[in-house]
Design a protein around this ligand. Structure first.
Ligand code: LLP
Length: 413
C-alpha cells in the first residue's frame, strides 16, 4: 500500500485525505490510487523489457471502466472471461488484437463477438470448445486463433479455491489430450493454433511452481514445433501474489527472470495475464463505524461495508489489514470488525487490535483493489459502493454509488 500514507495523523491516498473522500462521496467507498496502478505496470514492463512479452491485464481483478482505460493506455491488453468483460474492455479502449479470451466455458454469442472484433487468442480448454469455435468461425468466415490451455498438474501453495493447476480442478487440458486436439485443429481450416499456455493459480508466493510450469510449457511447445506447428507464443497466465499481511512475494524482477529463462529457449513470445499484481495494493475500502458492541466472549466493531462489498474474507478466509483513518493514541483492544449483513460469516477481520472507536469514525480495509468491487453483490438489497480514483491532489468518482431504484429496475412487479 505504497501510495497510502499517514500525514498529520490522517491516512491519505496519494495527496488526498481519505476523510475528504468520505465527506464528499460517503461510505462504503472504494478508493484507488492511479499512481500505484501506473507504477505496477511500469515495473512489469521494465522487468520484461528484455524479452518480447505482451501483458494482458486480467479484467476480472477490477473491471472499472476508468481503471481499465488507465491500464490500456499503457499499451497493455486484456485477459477476459466473458462477453461482459470483452465489451467492457472494448469500451475502455483495448485493442481487440490484444485480447485473450480465457475460461472453461464460452457461449456461441461470446465466441461470435470475439471473432467479429478479431481478438488475439481463444484460450481453449476442451474438445467441445474446439468444435464450437470451428462451427462459429466457419459461419462467420473467420479464422479463430487458438491457444491450448494445459493443466500441468502442479500443486501451488495457495487457497485451494484459487488453485487451478491440478487435475482435481476443471481447468485446462491434459497434455496428451491437447496433443490430440492439435490434430483436430490442423484439420479445420477456420482454426489456427498459435500458442499454448497455463494458469496455475492466484496469490502465488513462491516462484518454484511458476518455474516448473513455464519449463513444462516450453517443452510442450517445443514438441509441437518439432511436429511442424507454427506457434507464436506461450501464455503463462497470471497469479503472482501480493502482500496482504506479512507475506514476502517474489519481486516482479525475479518473476520476470524465472519466466523468461524458461521460455527463452523456445524463441516464442511470452504472454502474461496479471490481475491482482496490478491493482491489489492500489485500493482500499473506506467504511464508517456504525456501532461497537460486546458479548461475554467478544467485542465487535460494526461498519457500514460488508461481505457484499468485499467477499474475500468470508469466501477465502482472506486477510485484509484494517486501519483507522485518524490515528488515535490510547489503549487498544481486540475487536472483530464486521458488516451489517445477516450472516455470522460477514466478518472483515477477527481479533484486530484497534483503539476505542465510536460511531462515525472512519476505518479502511487495505489491499482491496483486486477482487473487491468486481466480486461485489447486492446481497441484503445493499447498493454497491461508490468507487473513487485519486490522482495526486485530485480525486474523481469513477463509479456512482448504486441507488435503490437501480436495485429493482429490472424486476417485474
Ligand atoms: N488468467 C487466468 C486465466 C485467470 O483465471 C486468472 C485469475 C488470472 C489470469 C489473474 O490472476 P491474478 O494475477 O489476479 O492472480 N477471487 C480470487 C481470485 C480468483 C482468480 C481467478 N483467476 C481472490 O479474491 O483471491
Amino acid at each position: 500500500m505504497e501510495h497510502f500514507s499517514v500525514r498529520h495523523g490522517e491516512t491519505h491516498c496519494e495527496n488526498v485525505a481519505l476523510r475528504t473522500i468520505a465527506e464528499a462521496v460517503g461510505t462504503p467507498s472504494y478508493v484507488y490510487s492511479k499512481a500505484s496502478i501506473k507504477s505496477q505496470l511500469q515495473k512489469l514492463k521494465s522487468a520484461f523489457a528484455s524479452y518480447p512479452t505482451h501483458i494482458c491485464y486480467a479484467v476480472k481483478a477490477n473491471s472499472n471502466l476508468t481503471l481499465l482505460s488507465e491500464i490500456f493506455e499503457e499499451d497493455v491488453g486484456a485477459d477476459i472471461v466473458s462477453l461482459g468483460e470483452l465489451e467492457r474492455a472494448l469500451k475502455a479502449g483495448v485493442k481487440p488484437s490484444a485480447v485473450a479470451f480465457s475460461g472453461v466455458g464460452k457461449r456461441d454469442d461470446e465466441l461470435r463477438r470475439a471473432l467479429e472484433v478479431g481478438i488475439f487468442s481463444f484460450n481453449v480448454e476442451s474438445l467441445a470448445e474446439v468444435e464450437n469455435l470451428a462451427r462459429v468461425a466457419k459461419e462467420l468466415g473467420k479464422i479463430a486463433p487458438i491457444s491450448l490451455r494445459i493443466n500441468p498438474n502442479i500443486d501451488v501453495k495457495t487457497n485451494p479455491k484459487i488453485a487451478t493447476g491440478l487435475f482435481s480442478t476443471k481447468f485446462g487440458l491434459v497434455e496428451a489430450e491437447a496433443l490430440e486436439l492439435v490434430q483436430t485443429i490442423a484439420e479445420q481450416k477456420h482454426l489456427r493454433l498459435k500458442g499454448v499456455g497455463c494458469h496455475i493459480g492466484s496469490q502465488i508466493l513462491d516462484l518454484s511452481p511458476m518455474k516448473e510450469a513455464a519449463e513444462r510449457m516450453a517443452s510442450f511447445a517445443a514438441k509441437l514445433v518439432a511436429l511442424g506447428q507454427k506457434l507464436e507464443f506461450i501464455d503463462m497466465g497470471g497469479g503472482l501474489g501480493i502482500r496482504y499481511k506479512n507475506e514476502e512475494p517474489p519481486s516482479i524482477k525475479a518473476y520476470a527472470e524465472t519466466l523468461i529463462n524458461a521460455i527463452k529457449p523456445t524463441g516464442l513470445n511470452l504472454i502474461i495475464e496479471p490481475g491482482r499484481l496490478v491493482v491489489g495494493n492500489a485500493g482500499a475500502l473506506l467504511c464508517s463505524v456504525l456501532a461497537t458492541k460486546k458479548t461475554p466472549k467478544k467485542s465487535f466493531v460494526i461498519v457500514d461495508g460488508a461481505m457484499n462489498d468485499l467477499v474475500r474474507p468470508a469466501m477465502y478466509d482472506a486477510y485484509h489489514g484494517i486501519a483507522c483513518v485518524a490515528k488515535k493514541n490510547g489503549p487498544e483492544a481486540l475487536y472483530d470488525v464486521v458488516g451489517p449483513v445477516c450472516e455470522t460469516g460477514d466478518i472483515f477481520g477477527e481479533n484486530r487490535s484497534l483503539p476505542e472507536l465510536k460511531s462515525g469514525d472512519l476505518i479502511y480495509l487495505e489491499s482491496a483493489g483486486a477482487y473487491g468491487s468486481s466480486m461485489a453483490s447486492n446481497y441484503n438489497t445493499r447498493p454497491r459502493a461508490a468507487e473513487v480514483l485519486v490522482d495526486g491532489d485530485h480525486f474523481k468518482i469513477v463509479k456512482r454509488r448504486e441507488s435503490l431504484d437501480d436495485l429493482w429496475r429490472d424486476e417485474i412487479l
